[in-house]
Ligand binder design. Structure first.
Ligand code: TRP
Length: 338
C-alpha cells in the first residue's frame, strides 16, 4: 500500500517550548518512527514574515533555532524531510492560483486568523499577506499531496479552508490533482500546556515558557517558581490540584502514575508542601529534557551542517512541489509552451 503523506510545520518566530513538544513534536517523532508515512516538516518562514516583514532577522535567527529544536527532539533527517518554506518557490505560484478561488469574506471569517488579528492589534493595517496566509498554507499542504496534517487544535480552520480550496480546484478544473487533507490533533486534554504562571497558554509573549533549549539550572528555577494553589499556604493545609500547574505538568510529563496519584491524594488531604512536589516535577522534566538538550548542543556545534540538512530537505521538497505545480498548470490549461 502507498504510504500516507504527512506535511506539518511551524512558524519560526522563536525557540520551541515544552508546550510545542507535548502538543506536536512528540507526536511527529512517533509518526516518523512508525514508518507508515512520508513525513515533510516545514519551517514556515514566509508565513512568519506575514506579520514580521520589518523584522526579518528575527525570522532568520529563529529558523536555525527551530531546526535545532527539531533535531534535538529526534526528528531524523534520514527519515523525515525538513524543508524551508521560502526555498520552495512553487508554493507561491500555487498560492496565486488558489487566491482566485477564495473570497475576501471567507478569509475574514477564519476564526484563528480573526483572533490573531485582534491579538496583534494591526488596527486598519492588516497585512494582506497575513489575511491570506491560510491560502498559502493550503499551498504548503497540497504541494506535497499530504493527506495527514498533525497540528494543534488552533489549526483546524486552516485544514477546513484547505479542503474547500481542494474541492473547488478539482471541481472547476475537472481534475483529481489535489488531495483533501485531514488533521490529526492531540488527544483531549493534551493539546495545550498552561504557562508556568498558570496562564492557560504557554507563549513567548507572556514570558511563561520552559524552552527545549533551557539549561538544567533555568528549568529548575522556572519549576521552583511555578504557580500552584494560591490558598495552599502552610504544608498541613489541604491543597487543590485542579488548576494547579505543577500537577498539570506532572500529568502531562510523568510516567509513574501510581506515585502521581499518591502525591495528589496527599496534597489534597494536607501535609504535602509545594516545594516537595516541585522537586519531583523538576526530576521528571529534567529526565525528559536532558537528552533533548544534549542532542541540541551536539548539533549546535556544527551550524553549517544543520543548514546543509535544510538545504537537502528543501531540494527534495522542490522536486515534489514542482511536480504538483505542473499538474496544477496542466489542469488550468496554462502550460502553453510544452
Ligand atoms: N500555521 C502553522 C502555525 O502557525 C504553521 C504552518 C505553516 C503549517 N504551514 C503549515 C502547519 C502547513 C501545518 C501545515 O503553527
Amino acid at each position: 500500500m502507498a504510504k500516507k503523506i504527512i506535511l506539518t510545520g511551524d512558524r519560526p518566530t522563536g525557540k520551541l517550548h515544552i508546550g510545542h513538544y507535548l502538543g506536536s513534536l512528540k507526536n511527529r517523532v512517533k509518526l516518523q518512527n512508525e514508518g507508515n508515512y512520508d513525513v515533510y516538516i516545514m519551517i514556515a518562514d514566509m508565513q512568519a514574515l506575514t506579520d514580521n516583514a520589518r523584522n526579518p532577522e528575527k525570522i532568520r535567527n529563529s529558523l536555525i533555532e527551530v531546526a535545532l529544536d527539531y533535531l534535538a527532539v529526534g526528528i531524523d533527517p534520514a527519515k523525515s524531510t525538513i524543508l524551508v518554506q521560502s526555498q520552495i518557490s512553487a508554493l507561491n505560484e500555487l498560492t496565486m492560483y488558489y487566491l482566485d478561488l477564495v473570497s475576501l469574506a471567507r478569509l475574514e471569517r477564519n476564526p484563528t486568523v480573526k483572533s490573531e488579528i485582534k491579538q496583534k492589534e494591526f488596527g486598519q493595517s492588516i497585512p494582506a499577506g497575513f489575511l491570506t496566509y491560510p491560502v498559502s498554507q493550503a499551498a504548503d499542504i497540497t504541494a506535497f499531496k499530504a493527506d495527514t496534517v498533525p497540528v494543534g487544535d488552533d489549526q483546524e480552520p486552516m485544514l477546513e479552508q484547505t479542503r474547500e480550496i481542494v474541492r473547488s480546484f478539482n471541481r472547476i478544473y475537472e481534475t483529481d490533482a489535489l488531495v483533501e487533507p485531514e488533521g490529526v490533533f492531540p488527544p483531549k486534554g493534551q493539546g495545550r500546556l498552561p504557562g508556568i504562571d498558570g496562564n492557560a497558554k504557554m507563549s513567548k509573549s507572556l514570558g511563561n515558557c520552559i524552552y527545549l533549549s533551557d539549561s538544567e539550572e533555568e528549568v529548575t528555577k522556572k519549576v521552583m517558581s511555578m504557580y500552584t494553589d494560591p490558598n495552599h499556604i502552610r504544608v498541613e493545609d489541604p491543597g487543590q490540584i485542579e488548576g494547579n500547574t505543577v500537577f498539570t505538568y506532572l500529568d502531562a510529563f510523568g510516567t509513574d502514575t501510581e506515585k502521581i496519584a499518591e502525591l495528589k491524594a496527599q496534597y489534597q488531604a494536607g501535609g504535602l508542601g509545594d516545594v516537595k512536589v516541585k522537586r519531583y516535577l523538576n526530576e521528571v522534566l529534567q529526565e525528559v529534557l536532558t537528552p533533548i538538550r544534549e542532542r541540541r548542543e551536539e548539533y549546535a556545534k556544527d551550524i553549517p551542517a544543520v543548514y546543509e540538512i535544510l538545504k537537502q530537505g528543501s531540494q527534495r521538497a522542490n522536486d515534489v512541489a514542482n511536480q504538483t505545480l505542473q499538474e496544477v498548470r496542466d489542469a488550468i490549461g496554462i502550460n502553453y509552451f510544452k
